[in-house]
Design a protein around this ligand. Structure first.
Ligand code: FPP
Ligand code: ZN
Length: 454
């Protein structure tokens, strides 16, 4: 054996170079590429956190400040003009709109009407005449960019933005993407995966066009993607990953079938993804990354609302209660038969005992610390981890994760958190999100009202 069992090889390390000799530890077990990277990241993060030692509470609060003005400046500049290096994202332009505009909305910053109308015009030019949005004008419609475009227009929230969406055509596009297995494909003749299922169901739900035809058998596909670890993979037989776990769980909640998952093993898997760096990793034995603050933090925010069902899966009569997800998720614990593996680790069990009544399922202050001290770029924007560059994707998902962690103690969706739930000054508080769609909650309510009318 090349390495000791406790240093098991990561799935994603390239076989040709893995494991490599560790020059610093000649007589020790040899470490894999990922293990060496992990040690470096831990050291960099520890160095940052050491700065907090021995300084006053005031200084610590300043070090944890969210630099709102800098972020708004970075985001607004990006919305107006991007440098040439962004050409690689030419097929993702609705995503850029969503990442930037959702981040601005989370920061509570209004957008000027001219800029807003420019975005609505641009997205209308990305809309295919047979339904769905492409990555840019004239590009083929794709489910991911359709999700990004719809979430952007919901985030803008004006009559002009919401009425620009052709719901009949989007419905036809979604039906065309539906596979006979029940799952969805990303585009005509494209790949089938959990992302496609989530983006289709999220769009249909938010636009109030979700029906039996779209829902039929999609839950069976998601069930096939829950792995032996408890998390959810992109397709059957692959590795559990935070991004897909969010997509899979949110889909199951939106179609009212969350109780079919083994929620106790899912909870165990996701709870263990928060590491010594205080942030989350995307999968077992991989590195921390700021974007998982939302993908994994969002899963835990959803799981918090499902705890009565987790407990019911374990012991059908132990806990009773209703899910609090609101109108899009009308799961009633009384509707659910006790099912699932019936096995729950001590960790999950004590979580449930402590948190069925209140309180988050992860260390929310620690996550805020990772986001604000390790991912935040003081000139504006957020990054994956120390040593990386800022980008709009990480800015969007670090801010979304920050919002989720700030509101995780709040009993009612969006209720103002206590100061003790916020790391740094209270002015760090972001807008709350709807955790199933990742749009700002107020914007969700406006669109819900708008699309309920027709
Ligand atoms: C709505 C929507 C489209 C959601 C997408 C969800 C999402 C983020 C999926 C993750 C995809 C994936 C396998 C990343 C692994 O990358 P990596 O190997 O570079 O990263 P890792 O080492 O952190 O796993
Ligand atoms: Zn990332």
């Amino acid at each position: 054996m090349e390495s000791s069992p406790s240093f098991s090889t990561s799935f994603s390390s390239p076989p040709s170079t893995n494991p490599i000799p560790n020059p610093n530890l000649d007589s020790q077990p040899r470490l894999t590429v990922t293990q060496l990277e992990q040690l470096k990241v831990e050291e960099k993060v520890a160095e940052i956190y050491r700065l907090l030692n021995g300084v006053s509470a005031h200084a610590r609060s300043l070090m944890s400040e969210l630099w709102c003005d800098k972020h708004v400046e970075f985001l607004t500049r990006g919305l107006k003009q991007l440098g040439p290096s962004y050409h690689v994202l030419d097929a993702n332009r609705p995503w850029l709109c969503y990442w930037i505009l959702h981040s601005i909305a989370l920061l509570g910053e209004p957008l000027d009407t001219e800029l807003e109308n420019d975005v609505v015009d641009f997205l209308s030019r990305c809309e295919d005449e047979d339904g769905g949005y492409g990555g840019g004008p004239g590009q083929l419609p794709h489910l991911a960019t359709t999700y990004a475009a719809v979430n952007t227009l919901v985030t803008l929230g004006s009559e002009n933005a919401l009425s620009s969406i052709n719901r009949d055509n989007i419905y036809k596009f979604l039906l065309r993407m539906k596979d006979s297995s029940g799952a969805f494909r990303m585009h005509d003749a494209g790949e089938i995966d959990v992302r496609a299922c989530y983006t289709a169901i999220s769009v249909a739900s938010i636009l109030n066009i979700l029906d039996y035809e779209l829902v039929k058998d999609v839950g069976n596909y998601i069930l096939r993607c829950q792995t032996y670890e408890g998390g959810i993979s992109g397709e059957p037989g692959s590795e559990a990953h935070g991004g897909y776990t969010f997509c899979g769980l949110a889909t199951m909640i939106l179609i009212n079938e969350a109780d079919r998952l083994d929620l106790s093993s899912l909870l165990d898997w996701v709870a263990f993804r928060q590491g010594v760096e205080c942030g989350f990793q995307g999968r077992t034995n991989k590195l921390v990354d700021g974007c998982y603050s939302f993908w994994q933090g969002g899963v835990l925010a959803l799981m918090q609302r499902l705890l009565p069902i987790v407990a019911k899966q374990l012991t059908p009569s132990s806990v009773s209660g209703e899910s609090s997800l609101g109108s899009t998720c009308n799961i009633k614990s009384s509707d659910l038969a006790g099912q699932g593996s019936g096995k729950l680790s001590d960790v999950s069990f004590s979580f449930i005992k402590r948190h069925t009544e209140s309180g988050p399922l992860f260390h929310t202050i620690a996550l805020q610390q990772y986001i604000l001290l390790c991912s935040q770029v003081l000139e504006g924007g957020f990054k994956d981890k120390p040593g990386k560059q800022r980008d709009f994707y990480h800015t969007c998902y670090c801010l979304s994760g920050l919002s989720v962690s700030q509101y995780s103690w709040s009993k009612d969706a969006g209720a103002c958190p206590l100061p003790t739930a916020i790391l740094g000054p209270y002015s760090n508080l972001l807008e709350p999100i709807h955790p199933l769609h990742n749009v700002v909650l107020d914007k969700y309510y406006i669109s819900h009202e708008f699309f309920s009318r027709s």
